[in-house]
Unconditional design. Structure first.
Length: 332
């Protein structure tokens, strides 16, 4: 991959940092939190320019300063280039947002290949094998944070899958961890509705936020949207069984075992949208073409052994670990 674009660094004064690898649901969480803060403090959303939650603090210093960023510009680095120095987060709170690593990698491929800044020109299979900014980097990034989660004052592990399963409950948990006052059920319901997938897609289509954070890379190409699909387990529609098996092997070999449940979180869900219902969007042409090869041994849409994926929709073991880690650290 080629070099990274020039990106702004994080605020040095923030109380809370929300960190993740790209394509783990940060824009969705930004919108959820921005709307909930706007409603709770009776502040117009227009204050939150470009979905920068720090702008709320500038208006009302009683609101904790919350910064979202991809720590160490992780999406552009090789594992060897990642910093293990997390001293900047000492005495701060860190929310670490995860997502099934296979879903993350596929989604990041579409962002890198279809969005206008320095597009990636290789295939999805080639992207998975990249040294920089792909699956290997994300695994190394997670390992670093697993080993340094005691550096911040407090550390909250959450996930895209947990937000999908119980959006109001997880949003309330994250906001409480950030030091925000308890949010009432009406505010939570309105924030969840505001940041639903159909609502976000409509905002992106109309450029309602006037922000690159919610703007398609190629208008008319649904794969280039920030609101691309919004589901759990969508990687099965793009990766062959061989590619899935190879990715799974890399994750199991290289990632710290304690975080395997988050890395394989989609295995605990049916293919489910961020609205909580089974997905039924208009499918991209690529997926339709893949289905024409249903008799192929290496067909996408199947697990490593070719069997159907689990049917249950429930909280996975990784999410239980995440909750336990929060309880342990928050009381210390």
């Amino acid at each position: 991959m080629t070099g990274s674009p020039i990106l702004p660094g994080p605020s040095a004064t923030s109380d809370v940092y929300v960190l993740s690898f790209p394509k783990c649901g940060r824009t969705w969480l930004r919108l959820l939190m921005a709307k909930a803060i706007s409603l709770s403090w009776d502040l117009p959303m227009e204050i939150c320019r470009d979905l920068r939650l720090e702008e709320f603090t500038a208006v009302d210093p009683g609101i904790p300063e919350i910064t979202f960023w991809h720590d160490d510009r992780v999406g552009w680095r090789s594992p060897e280039q990642l910093s293990t120095d997390k001293e900047r987060y000492r005495d701060r709170r860190v929310v670490f947002l995860t997502r099934d690593l296979r879903d993350t990698t596929v989604s990041y491929y579409f962002q890198r290949s279809l969005r206008p800044d320095n597009p990636y020109t290789g295939s999805l299979g080639e992207f998975i094998d990249e040294i920089s900014g792909s699956l290997r980097t994300c695994v190394a990034f997670w390992n670093i944070w697993h080993d340094h989660q005691d550096v911040p004052r407090s550390f909250l592990l959450t996930s895209y899958e947990r937000l999908t399963t119980d959006t109001p409950g997880e949003l309330a948990r994250i906001m409480a961890f950030c030091g925000l006052p308890a949010v009432g059920p009406d505010v939570l319901r309105e924030a969840v509705a505001f940041a639903s997938f159909p609502s976000m897609r409509a905002m992106e289509l109309s450029d309602a936020l006037d922000s690159e954070r919610l703007r398609p890379g190629r208008p008319g190409d649904p794969e280039s949207f920030k609101t691309r699909r919004g589901i759990i387990g969508g990687f099965r529609d793009y990766l062959t069984r061989t590619q899935i098996a190879e990715a799974d092997s890399l994750i199991r070999t290289a990632l710290v075992p304690e975080w395997h449940p988050m890395a394989f979180a989609a295995d605990e869900h049916r293919t489910t949208s961020i609205t909580g219902s089974l997905e039924d969007p208009q499918l991209p042409d690529l997926r339709q073409k893949q289905r024409q090869h249903g008799g192929d041994h290496d067909q996408p849409g199947r697990g490593p052994q070719g069997g159907a994926q689990p049917e249950q929709l429930r909280c996975g073991p990784g999410e239980q670990i995440a909750e336990g880690k929060y309880d342990e650290r928050a009381q210390s």
